[in-house]
Design a binder for this molecule. Structure first.
Ligand SMILES: *Cc1c(COP(=O)(O)O)cnc(C)c1O
Length: 404
């Protein structure tokens, strides 16, 4: 497989936010006065270094020699026969740390160093972004503190230990519902008070401008590689490009490579966290986007089988892609996701992250309903590997007496 640097760097992507960081009516920068300067400083630095050949070379080299890129694209012979479509997986599960998150944290940690920052802070829900940030901090010699809700820290004690093992501090957050949204609030508050030394390494395509744009650019490596790889294999573009959506970073990065193709783009949310399917317009965490909220604007908790999709909002670019009808967003139920998790494990020998299994759950459903026509070419981004989820799946299977 030849993936030369020019083909990766080719700018496939036609959509950029405007000068205020808005994708149509979504996005923007809704932050207190004290954070405006920090966001502006970051925006200027990102625009400078993302066009700087030395920076880009260091970023791509790290992702190659440390992160394991390019990741392969794998044809699923067995599953394709079962489903009636032709299915390929873009294998983010094979990166260092086992998910697409490494693409973003390496980019932001490098940028932080270029900006002269010595500390990283990050929020984390289940712990995956926290572990990825702690990894990048260890590699690049930055001090790191990760904010994590008390409820999550208890549920994910092993990830708390992983972060500590990697040399990071974990700050347990006891405000609100003690989960991801409270961890984001706390991390933003901390950023205000130490912005001279500290970069806030946000984990998805959310938050105030420039985060949604910057994180998508760092994740666009997924879609750009996949487009080139798929063309080499089939001499065509796929009919469908599918990815799961929590905050939306692996989907935004994947779609980035295919926006100017004919492919149908499908984002799959968790039914219990489906901000695009069931949400309404509002402002949270510095951005205007679709959110799960009650009539008074209180943010509702998101609940799903996969902690990585438990975010009550979604990145503004997705709200925009939905509005202009360039992408479609659907929701998958936990029970379908569990079946898809087992199906991929048994038919292809690949245990997917529960998050990624949402994408497959929709593909299975759409193939059986005829929405995806027989013989269609489908690419699914496998955002991560499922090792982290097997204990939980075992418990659910045992509890429900689920036959598999
Ligand atoms: C964090 C995570 C997600 C959800 O985040 P996005 O920003 O929506 O990509 C999905 N899959 C895996 C494996 C994750 O770790």
């Amino acid at each position: 497989m030849t993936l030369d640097k020019t083909s990766i760097d080719k700018n496939f992507y036609p959509i950029k936010p405007d000068s205020k960081g808005k994708f149509g009516q979504f996005g923007g920068r809704f932050v207190p006065e004290s954070l405006v300067n920090a966001c502006q400083e970051l925006e200027i630095a990102f625009n400078k270094y993302w066009n700087d050949e030395d920076f880009k070379k260091e970023y791509h080299d790290l992702l190659h020699y440390y992160g394991g890129r390019p990741t392969p694209i794998t044809y699923c012979q067995n599953l394709s026969e079962k489903l009636g479509c032709r299915l390929w997986l873009k294998r983010e599960d094979l990166t260092h740390t086992g998910s697409h998150k490494i693409n973003n944290v390496i980019g932001q940690a490098l940028l932080a160093k270029r900006m002269g920052k010595t500390h990283l802070i990050a929020e984390t829900g289940a712990g995956q972004h926290g572990v990825a940030t702690a990894t990048a901090a260890a590699l690049l010699g930055l001090k790191c503190k990760v904010y994590m809700g008390a409820t999550d820290a208890k549920r994910q004690a092993l990830n708390v230990f992983r972060m500590k093992l990697l040399g990071s501090e974990v700050e347990v957050v006891n405000s609100g519902s003690k989960t991801l949204k409270d961890a984001v609030n706390e991390a933003m508050r901390a950023w205000v008070s130490q912005v001279d030394t500290t970069h806030y390494c946000l984990g998805s395509v959310m938050g105030p401008h420039p985060f949604p744009f910057m994180v998508r650019e760092f994740q666009s490596i997924i879609g750009k590689e996949a487009r080139v790889q798929f063309k080499e294999l089939t001499n065509s573009d796929p009919d469908y490009v599918v990815a799961c959506v929590g905050g939306g970073s692996n989907a935004a990065g994947t779609f980035a490579g295919f926006l100017d193709s004919e492919a149908k783009l499908v984002g799959v949310e968790a039914a219990g966290g489906a901000a695009l399917s069931y949400g309404t317009l509002g402002v949270v965490h510095g951005m205007r986007s679709m959110l799960l909220q009650d009539e008074s604007g209180q943010i509702n908790e998101a609940h799903s089988i996969s902690a990585g999709l438990d975010y009550p909002g979604v990145g503004p670019e997705h709200a925009y892609l939905q509005e202009i009808k360039r992408a479609t967003y659907v929701a998958a139920e936990d029970s379908q996701v569990l079946k898809a998790f087992i199906l991929l494990s048994k038919t292809e020998g690949i245990i997917p992250a529960l998050e990624s299994a949402h994408g497959l759950a929709w593909i299975v459903k759409a193939c059986s309903s005829g929405e995806i026509k027989k013989g269609s070419l489908v690419v699914l981004t496998l955002s991560g590997r499922g090792d982290k989820d097997v204990q939980q799946v075992l418990e659910i299977i045992e509890e429900k007496g689920y036959a598999f």
